[in-house]
Design a protein around this ligand. Structure first.
Ligand code: NDP
Ligand SMILES: C[C@H](O)[C@@H]1OC(=O)[C@H](O)[C@@H]1O
Length: 253
């Protein structure tokens, strides 16, 4: 048990990587608060699964693009559990679109959810950890896309580079409080964010062929790394990033 009785907050915890992280943390003994945007049914399923593991859980609805969601989420978690030990900034969107005709509203919404949302949430969680006075761990779900481009992701990849950079700067700003900040960079993980993209003829097979481990990732592949960075095993790790991509990044030819 790497997170026994720790309180873990996760944005975008109703499905995909966030849900995987919630279950992974619960399996290691944590109580979990998840934020989600609109999918109450799936959020409640995650809460039920965590409770089945004998851990406590709550789900709090809110749009991370709105700064007030961050303080409300942290407040709700503290009311329920009394503290925040770990914060996982995960909520994100990737509406695939070509560059030359990118709608302004798609660009702005992606920046607001992925980058502003991560900023507000990290700030709210960090203030709570600082006030508690016993440190903490912040893990942001960045992406392999922080390091490489995507033709239909020109609005998205800068947000993932931004989230990675946010963790590096926060590692410096928060180190004096014993708060560690790291990012996880998943490769292609099969979730609803890329269901349509991977359904294009040949796309899934092409991606699988590029991955040395021979398969797309699953949310629980990412959860293991989140648990490690959240835990005391990573007590001297801050400002770091870990690729969880089956080897995709290093596979040039
Ligand atoms: N899948 C992949 O290949 C990769 C994903 N990532 C990153 O992982 C993160 C999670 O993605 P993934 O699990 O794949 O995506 P999913 O679409 O499966 O899940 C997205 C989650 O984010 C929530 N969410 C979306 N918008 C908001 C918002 N405005 N406010 C609050 N919550 C929101 C959703 O809530 P609801 O269900 O209520 O809509 C859902 O819980 C993202 O940051 C993504 O960039 C990084 C690398 C690879
Ligand atoms: C949504 C994409 O399939 C996924 O998102 C990322 O961040 C990865 O780089 C993949 O492109």
């Amino acid at each position: 048990m790497l997170l026994q009785d720790k309180v873990v907050l996760i944005t975008g915890g109703s499905q995909g990587i966030g849900a995987g992280a919630a279950l992974g943390c619960a399996e290691h003994g944590a109580h979990v608060a998840i934020n989600y945007h609109g999918n109450s049914a799936d959020a409640e399923k995650v809460v039920a699964e965590v409770r089945k593991k004998g851990r406590r859980a709550i789900a709090v609805k809110g749009d991370v693009a709105d700064a007030s969601t961050a303080t409300a989420f942290v407040k709700a978690a503290v009311q329920e559990f009394g503290k925040v030990d770990v914060f996982v900034s995960n909520a994100g969107i990737c509406p695939f679109h070509s560059f030359l005709d990118m709608p302004q509203e798609t660009l702005e919404r992606t920046l607001k959810v992925n980058l502003h949302g991560a900023y507000y949430m990290t700030q709210a969680a960090a203030n709570q950890m600082k006030d508690q006075g016993h440190g903490g761990s912040i893990v942001a779900i960045s992406s392999i896309s922080a390091l490489v481009g995507g033709e239909y992701q020109t609005h998205y990849t800068p947000t993932k580079a931004g989230v990675h950079s946010l963790m590096q700067s926060c590692a410096i700003a928060l180190g004096r409080y014993g708060i560690r900040c790291n990012s996880v960079m998943p490769g292609t993980i099969a979730t609803s964010i890329n269901k349509e993209d991977l359904a294009q003829p040949g796309k899934r097979e092409y991606m699988e062929g590029r991955i040395p481990l021979g398969r797309l990732g699953r949310p629980d592949d990412v959860a293991g790394c989140v648990v490690f960075l959240a835990s005391d095993l990573a007590r001297y790790v801050t400002g770091a990033s870990v690729l969880v991509d089956g080897g995709l990044f290093v596979n040039l030819q």
